[in-house]
Ligand binder design. Sequence first.
Ligand code: WTA
Length: 681
Amino acid sequence: MWLLCGCTSKCLLTSSSRRVVRYSHNFLGKSFNKAACLPEAAGFEGVSDHSGLQQFSVSQTDRFWGAVARQRLTWISPFHTVQDCDLSQGRIKWFEGGKLNVSVNCLDRHIHTFPERVALIWERDEPGSEVKITYRQLLEATCRLGNLLRRRGVKRGDCVTLYMPPCPLAVASMLACARIGAAHNVVFAGFSAEALADRIRDAQSSTVITVNQGVRGGKVTELKKTVDMAVQSCPSVQQVFVAMRTENPVVMTARDVAMEEEMLREAVVCEPAAMDSEDVLFLLYTSGSTGKPKGLVHTQAGYLLYASLTHRYVFDYHDGDVFGCVADIGWITGHSYSVYGPLANGGTTVLFESTPVYPDPGRYWEMVQRLKINQFYGAPTAIRLLLKYGDQWVNKYDRSTLKTLGSVGEPINTEAWDWYHRVVGDGRCPVVDTWWQTETGGICIAPRPSNPDAEIVPGMAMRPFFGIRPVLMDSEGKTLTSNNTSGALCIAQPWPGMARTIHNDHQRFTETYCQPYPGYFFTGDGAYRSKEGYYQIIGRLDDVINVSGHRIGTAELEDVVNQCPAVAESAVIGYSHDIKGQGVYAFVVLKKGVDVQEAELARQLQDMVSKSIAKYASPDFIQFVRRLPKTRSGKIMRRVLRKVVERDLDGLGDLSTLDDPAAVQEVIQGHQDLCGKEQPQ
Ligand code: WTA
């Protein structure tokens, strides 16, 4: 402690009031000044404004990224090739020949200029008990931990799993791995023991780092116990480092290491490993449309460069600002915008341990006032929740430090956007709706940067970032060139921040992202391009649902439900939910002859999902049916199930291709019995 599409019926495209907001103030300076906007751009001839710079970045990709990489990163030895990529083969390599260390880029190089600047503000669960860590302290902790990991046998190329809440020691652990050349695999500390075990096994970690207990929303969670349970089925694990978040002792076995005590014995200097640009920096697991979560791989230089550049320009982050990203470090948003982007930029970044409503719905804004936050970055699900509590929770606090408001993780509906802009930002802060994914490493589409005074349309992600060329595809794989059209969102050329592969499964990587539209990166999302050429994200096109901004594959959920001995088969879909964006709805067919209390079984199934995956993934509704609507070839018609739950019976379409059209009537009746006449919420 010393340290430290499912395109739903409520699709956004149908939202009527699309107001155009024009800002009278400047975002990046009144007249375009290349050097001020992007110092590297000073040498780019013919560029006279932001859209010119964007054009340049996609047409002269190597010149653009080469200059930016040389200027923004500190290299041990320079790269000889900007990129060697072939998307159709799934080959993605940036800055080859270059050597660098990510922790040096995030820490050491700032120490020379401002050792006492605050790097991290740990906003602990207990309001008003924040802890500030300077760059000097963070480097010291990182070095001690790097030495400890090395002394305990962790080598370059190993992968260390972290199961920790947002806290300075978690950041030091990530950076310590980077310092010695090990990869990290942060697992969200809300995941169950089983989900954690799956990820440890897949990453083949021999070392796990955790804390004794977590504290969130005033509740204590037994993280060390969860790790104990998980590692029982992980033969690779040899040691578990345990930091103390609370003062309550936990049972320590011979395998466990008291982390802080051991760190104190280590030297505060730790030789950084000289890493190749394309060595692995981290794995991060995310859900796909099949049952097994995939460990996306990000590498050193390209990822860091992209996180740093987007952090600087999408949010207009300036030296001395306090950046408040409230995402958990267990997700990509926490990686790129609580840790790597801000630290690479020498920024001050907030680590938020609590919830938006603890101890009351004013938590975020009281924190903004107390920590003097300049950029606030959160999720639509929290905004929707808070707006229901009313404006008084916002108005109580001084938010005059705020300059930019960001949104991420799911589509932000117009009402939430408007409230965020008008109430939270007093109508004076640009709202940047940022679209990106675990796979993209950093923000790809966002309203900023752009020319001063350029418009922002509520609920739209708007414009591609430097180096990003979005394209929309029709169902036959043809590029849609006109505006005012919707299609599958692809990115036409590689960028440094993109994931390189799926850990141990490059074939799945190419099949998922590179082969659906050969030569393009397929995002899995659908998007609309307005007549002005702005982008709006519609939602997933695959069987992935997004619950409170967390991705979850329907196949993953079905795998769990089907493990119940009473269950013959199941189909899980997402439905529109006022607060969560999407909720989970499961249709379950029981085995013949099974005689159970349905309500009791439903509770058991919910419990199974919480235990196997995480609480947030647990189905809100479980409808027992005698059979599922299927095609004659036996494929479950999820489209039909979605329409039933959306109460869009006119949209059911032609059911004649179904094996047994009467199954649909049963599903409709059962749904009404379960949810009444209203749509589920
Ligand atoms: C969705 C989170 C609409 C999208 C950074 C994407 C969004 C998935 C937005 C990635 C946005 C993210 N508007 N939808 N601004 N941002 N998404 O990997 O479906 O946890 O594919 O990364 O979230 O989720 P992930």
